[in-house]
Design a protein around this ligand. Structure first.
Ligand code: PGA
Length: 249
């Protein structure tokens, strides 16, 4: 399995930031891991054109329908047409800001797969859910509800992102990450059998150059979904290098 370093630019980035993607490409002309950048939709086409051969690109959300009267929304075939090979779905910011349910994420994931995109489905508990001892219940429910049966190792990536770790500088202990990643692997194996071994499980939430190596040493962590530290080529490049240097599982 090739590991995956995914960057989520969120609602950041204008034309001037295309240079960060070019610098990242220049730093990793033949990367030993897969690199994915998910810029805002306004930059997707240009970024795909400029770094596409080395760095995969993705959207940050898509609509469940392929086209229609949905002002402001973007469909999976549109992302593919703009050069995307991936799309992030069910990010906690979408689940919170846009009240997305597991059923919504399930429908969007089906739309992504139908358009030939790989879906990067996000799951993760809130601080209150963790304190109540409900982390595995919540993650299990999100997985069951968000991931369609048609997913395969080639078309599905899971990102475990504790909501309280996103953008906060707070990271779970290595044991806490290991526990949830082992649990996710088990749930996927129960559902998808041997194919689940090749499904990539990313950790996300305040991954930085300083903590990347120890996170990547955890078994069943096959990469990272990186927000803030993906905006600058220098930081993201250090994370890519840490992933390249991580021992295979
Ligand atoms: P962060 O964001 O790395 O800034 O914590 C991660 C994410 O939301 O994907």
């Amino acid at each position: 399995m090739r590991k995956l370093a995914a960057g989520n630019w969120k609602m950041n980035g204008t034309s001037a930031d295309l240079a960060e993607a070019s610098a990242l490409k220049a730093a990793h002309p033949a990367p030993g891991v897969d690199i994915l950048l998910c810029p805002p939709a306004t930059l997707l086409s240009r970024l795909s054109d400029s770094v596409g051969a080395t760095i995969a690109t993705g959207g940050q959300d898509c609509h469940a329908a392929a086209s229609g009267a949905h002002t402001g929304d973007i469909s999976a075939p549109m992302l593919a047409d703009a050069g995307a090979s991936h799309v992030i779905l069910g990010h906690s910011e979408r689940r919170t800001d846009h009240a997305e349910t597991d059923a919504d994420v399930h429908a969007k994931t089906q739309a992504a797969l139908a358009a030939g995109l790989t879906a990067l489905v996000c799951v993760g508990e809130t601080q209150a859910q963790r304190e109540a001892g409900k982390t595995l219940d919540v993650v299990g429910r999100q997985l069951a509800g968000s991931v369609p049966d048609s997913a395969t190792a080639a078309t599905l990536v899971i990102a475990y992102e504790p909501v309280w770790a996103i953008g906060s500088g707070r990271v779970p202990t290595l044991e806490q990450i290991a526990e949830v990643h082992d649990f996710i692997r088990g749930e996927l194996t129960a559902r998808f059998g041997a194919d689940a071994r090749a499904m990539r499980l990313l950790y996300g939430g305040s991954v930085k150059p300083a903590n990347a190596a120890e996170i990547f040493a955890i078994s069943n962590v096959d990469g990272a979904l990186v927000g803030g530290a993906s905006l600058k080529a220098r930081d993201f490049s250090a994370i890519v290098t840490a992933l390249e240097n991580a021992a295979p599982d």
